[in-house]
Design a protein around this ligand. Sequence first.
Ligand code: SAM
Ligand code: SF4
Length: 470
Amino acid sequence: MSSSFDVRLESLASKPEAPANARLDAARAPRPNTFYLETFGCQMNAHDSEKVAGVLAGRGYLPVDRPEDAQLVFYNTCSIREKAAQKVFSRLGLFREREGNGQIIGVLGCVAQQEGEEIFERAPWVSLVCGSASYRKLPELLAQLESGNRRVMGLDTDTDETFETELTRRDNPFRAYITIIEGCSKSCAYCVVPFTRGPERSRTSAAVLEEVRRLAGAGYSEIQFLGQTVNSYRDPSPRRMSFAELLVAASGVSGIRRVRFTTSHPSDFNRDIVDAIDSVPALCEHVHLPVQSGSTRILRAMRRTYTREEYLEKVALIRAARRPISISSDIIVGFPGESDEDFAETLSLLDAAQYDSVFAFQFSPRPNTEALSLSGTVREETRAQRLQILQDKQREIQLARNQSLIGLTLEVLVDGAARKAGNWLGRTSSNRMVNFASPEPNLLGQYVSITITSAGPGNLVGIRAASVSG
Ligand code: SAM
Ligand code: SF4
């Protein structure tokens, strides 16, 4: 990732990742009715894990910090790039020698969906394989395991239901995630998501707003709507609320001070969203609008459904807003057939778009995807060079953009203590991290005003201006 203001993982990722070569303590026996859940990948996965943890808690399981202590060990996996998918198999390898000690090992998420039954072949000590489109079946699958079934599977993708749970364990005390649309019905040539998460399906606006009200009542002041293409939201109820209307309605719920949303697809991004942000202060000044490439030729090959020019028109729409809305993006370098000229167009798009943050990735060929059969493979060395060039350029752009904020006073939600004693971390509405010193014993969860005194490419530094509220 090229930026340190990470819109994907945030502090939510429920557990620090164990190193791949970690050993399990052979002497420790699992404790009954406990679970260990490790999450890989995007915010959608992190939030799915919160719901899975809620289902487990509802059945009387308690979380533990070490896999060797747990009766149930679940890995919620990501297969968006090959490296992410490989990680889970190195984790599973740790349990080879513990087979028969009563632990139940489960693989959830995108790798489960993609590899299916083959996981049992590669790691016969695994008992549960459940793809993300089948989570609503989880209680049923758990009941089967509890009654002694050795192997259970949930691998539907044709479901038109969403994963609703009565209980969701929230891992961040101030910001809560709400999935408003699951799956994806676009067909980008490089992407496994439509295969692993199934087709797009939206929740009703009433169900979403009910969850917002519940969260506000429980003390959450910031909510984030999630979806692979969050702005493709279509209210399935007769109310037919548009995505922009849903944003405005959520912002109006008493107790909610900030509403975010990610990820927006450029083809479904329209003026009504910008107008909503402009007119409702609680809607955050940030849009994550992945472009993937600056070359129309490559965008076509990727099946991204817009041209470079059409994408830049959306950027212009956002930049023309009255509020200073920050824009972040995802970019893939080294897609099959990407020439030096195509890559130069991606670099020139960075100049034109002036992103506030970019997540850049080398193309990774994935099973089932159209890109697997495309010719024009870009050498690994060239991909690595392009990634470096792109990240270096973007770092300079970010530095200049962040430095232009020096002297301004911005409101942050304090959501962490910095490593240095007496220093705090807060997030601006534009999704920038700000480090500031304050002698107060506990600022967590408060909104405070910070005057920016210096800036790096990935964060801002400031001093306390005045308290906005507690
Ligand atoms: N739905 C979002 C969108 O349309 O932009 C993206 C979701 S995907 C989980 C997150 C990012 O991973 C993508 O925007 C893309 O940049 C990257 N990605 C997806 N498939 C990839 C692949 N095969 N190789 C490299 N990066 C990939
Ligand atoms: Fe993948 Fe494209 Fe869907 Fe995003 S819009 S999840 S990149 S298929």
